[in-house]
Design a protein around this ligand. Sequence first.
Ligand code: ATP
Ligand code: MG
Length: 586
Amino acid sequence: MNFALRMSELYAPTLKEEPAEAEVASHRLLLRAAMMRKAAAGIYTFLPLGHRAVRKVEQIVREEMDAIGSQEMLMPVVQPAELWQQSGRWDVYGPELARLKDRQGRDFCLGPTHEEIITATVRDELRSYRDLPLSLYQIHTKFRDEMRPRFGLLRGREFIMKDAYSFHASQESLQEHYDEMVDAYGRICDRLGLEWRPVAADSGQIGGSVTTEFMALAESGEAALVYCTCGWAANVEVAETLVARTPSITEPRPMEKVHTPELRTIAELAAAFRVSTHDTVKTMAGRAEDGRLVFFCIPGDRELNPFKASRAVPGMRLLEEEEFSVYGIPKGSLGPVDPPADTLVVGDRSLRDDIAWAVGANENDYHLFGAMPGRDFTVDLWDDIVVAQPNDGCPMCGGVLEGARGIEVSQVFQLGTKYSEKMEAAFADESGAERPFLMGCYGVGITRSLAAVIEQHHDEQGIIWPMSLAPAEVAVLPLSSGDDIVAPLAERIWSELARSGIEAVLDDRDERAGVKFADADLIGWPYQIVVGKKGVAEGLLEVKDRATGERTSVPVADVVARVTELVTSARARLGSAASTDLAPPA
Ligand code: ATP
Ligand code: MG
């Protein structure tokens, strides 16, 4: 792929002003550095430089998929509803699935993911254990009508994903390929220059039980993680935790009922009872699948984790505001003592040794103080149901958890037979018996990864591309374009760099030095070679390293060799895709 990297010809309208709608650095810089433009909320056009960076992410991912024997293919964006009806997801996917009708009135959707299509594609022809395992992937556009598209490429509605799907005859074979994918995903993150962590996670709409998310660490990330020095890490959505509790009341006391009309919050309740919020217990109400009421009791200073709560009571959902009156319970004053008949009481396991709970009395404006489990009420089930937080104990080793925020750049899943059973995709095993495939699926957010890289690599001036993704590796900046020594020298250095296999851009625009420097820093070329009159007269050119800001004077005669060496070693560190498919200008 040839790319004419003369700035005078390149379509890259950079912006001086901060785009008002951009809340995070990557969104701001992708717009300012002329990488992309918005078409509609969460839908973007990639301009030449941005497209080139996207292609580089894709190429890295492609190389790593090919290396583990997954085969590239391409599936349609528009998918027939029947397949989604067979898998059962047509009804459960909700408004994120964009549905449309063709001129005959038949139902279709825009693919948010491709489990249905891939399963339907192989099921009639992949029939024998001899043809397994099989792994296929594509790099393509996805559409999800996200409720809140935001942060530019981080949460778009139309975005590019690499999605792979694998088919297996046995769990061992699935596990083996899953492990290869996990390793490949780690290498992809490394090659993108990301600081990342693999974390335990929830499998969401995709399904299955074994899953890992790959998180790029960033303050702007939407995900909260907890991790331990022992290596354990999890998305707080699912993270198990050990809550450290030191209740201040250590002797049993009689239970008292107190009139508390003015107490609205846990903090007010704690103050009134002269205990810490930590000693109070809050109760949240849910509805089990069979309609039975469920009370979840947790420490007053913690949050209920709805994922873990519904794992403890499968099929449970928390009550909606208007349901409290249906059940005849006071939302602000719930507690485990004398709840409505048949209520299932679930206690957070950290409360197990607390002997004097401050709880609601299931009666408006009344609380109970000193309620003792086993004496005053019964807890039917103890489980871990609170949101994990930093300083909790690690469930693996007991160490102290730390917290971080992350951007989920990719996720892998073992699906088991979830889709193959529903969609009747089976193979004949060695004995000739029909068995459903075991499946895995594996997704990398190409455009989200690109944005995550910028979240981690930027400064006030602009993007600081890792060598593996920079739209070009070196920029040559002649400071007086009209000058009859400077201009030809810059041109010569640029073409020699290109000849030595470096992706080089020549800023041959008729612009002031300040404009060229500002654009070079904004776009983020990893190295800049400054060709000015003074330097030329002294026989020395300045080479600037964008990442460190360091400037080195290099003799004119050595500059091509020196910069080629710098680029080559940076490429080697990151296993850059630059020198392979995306060839420099001839
Ligand atoms: P999220 O929880 O952030 O909505 P997800 O778990 O639904 O994402 P997956 O179904 O696991 O996403 O999709 C695989 C990858 O596709 C994600 O890891 C992410 O990198 C990317 N991706 C998902 N949704 C979006 C989006 N709205 N915009 C950009 N990339 C996305
Ligand atoms: Mg995911």
